[in-house]
Design a protein around this ligand. Structure first.
Ligand code: SF4
Length: 322
């Protein structure tokens, strides 16, 4: 099946007064039609910057190199007008904090209708009906009343439901959700994940779910990419990655995921040490200072991402046994 999104050798560098800072280093990935791809890693791993580059939303001092193809069209470096026709309709993004991505001084209904008027070319009154139906589909209570409210009058969970609804208004081919539950309390997090699962099953679009938390992607992703220090270090089918992680970093992340079947723990383990600082120079494997398996070769030679067959790949000189 042809991928809906194909990223090849993508690098993102931020210009600084001294040397540029590399945030993403030669990342290649693809998302198939209808697939849910989970992208995990700690803060600063580069996962958000990959998709900000895909969306054409990088900061002004960032430069992206490589190739990004969406629905068989090269979109990296596309001019703003052509990109805007794709962005917000066929390629959409849900951000961590809807309060910063919704316009605070516009009523919810107006913001939703504007998307439809601009991208679907329908009238304002038709757009308001479609917006109300979408809020109902997102199970926002009292949908008609919410259309006339400002974002700050809604709860955090309702605002995220509005954002998810807005992202779906024009039947997108791909939705990128960047930490969509991080700003919410645990109960609402579970509701939003359940909503995303339901929406994806019904709408059949592709979904990229970015999270620092493997537990969040566990119930949704078909395939997971693990990123560390700007690179992909492991990629595998979600079930396989949870059962048999090959990269020591993935294995450490999994130890931090609470289990309902394992022994009761007073405290969850946490990953010791810190990832390299942005712009920090290192030889060999970036994870070596935190890795219990590190050997001399790891500190001298960068491990390349090796294809392990059936879509799995790992970048490690001494991976864990399958
Ligand atoms: S290459 Fe070496 S240091 Fe890096 S993850 Fe593998 S074993 Fe650990």
């Amino acid at each position: 099946m042809l991928p809906i999104l194909s990223v090849e050798n993508l690098s993102v560098n931020f210009a600084q007064r001294a040397a540029p800072i590399a945030a993403v280093r030669q990342v290649s990935l693809s998302v198939a039609a209808g697939e849910c791809l989970g992208v995990v890693g700690e803060s600063g791993a580069g996962k958000t910057q990959v998709f900000m580059a895909v969306m054409g939303l990088l900061a002004g001092n960032a430069v992206a190199d490589g190739s990004v193809r969406f629905a068989d069209q090269d979109i990296l470096g596309l001019d703003r007008g052509r990109l805007n026709r794709i962005r917000g309709s066929k390629l959409t993004m849900i951000f961590q904090d809807p309060m910063t991505s919704l316009t605070p001084h516009m009523k919810v209904g107006m913001q939703m209708a504007e998307v439809l008027v601009r991208h679907a070319g329908i009238s304002g009154s038709e757009a308001r009906i479609a917006a109300r139906r979408m809020l109902e589909r997102m199970r926002v209570p009292e949908a008609q009343r919410r259309l006339n409210q400002y974002p700050h009058e809604l709860s955090g969970g309702q605002r995220q439901r509005v954002m998810i609804g807005m992202s779906l208004l024009c039947d997108p081919l791909l939705v990128v959700a960047d930490e969509p539950t991080t700003a919410l309390d645990v109960t609402v997090q579970a509701q939003i994940i359940a909503l995303l699962r339901e929406v994806r099953a019904k709408a059949g679009m592709s979904l990229v779910l970015i999270s620092h938390d493997l537990a969040v992607v566990a119930g949704l992703a078909d395939r997971i990419l693990v990123m560390y220090a700007g690179r992909i270090v492991e990629s595998a089918d979600a079930g396989e990655l949870f059962r048999r992680p090959r990269h020591p970093y993935t294995a450490e992340l999994l130890k931090c995921v609470p289990s309902i079947t394992g022994p009761r723990l007073e405290r969850l383990p946490s990953l010791q040490g810190q990832p390299p600082r942005p712009g920090e120079a290192f030889a060999g494997c970036a994870f070596a200072p935190r890795c219990a398996r590190a050997a001399a070769r790891c500190r001298a030679e960068r491990p390349l991402l090796h294809d392990g067959g059936s879509g799995a790949a790992v970048a490690c000189h001494y991976p864990l046994s399958p």
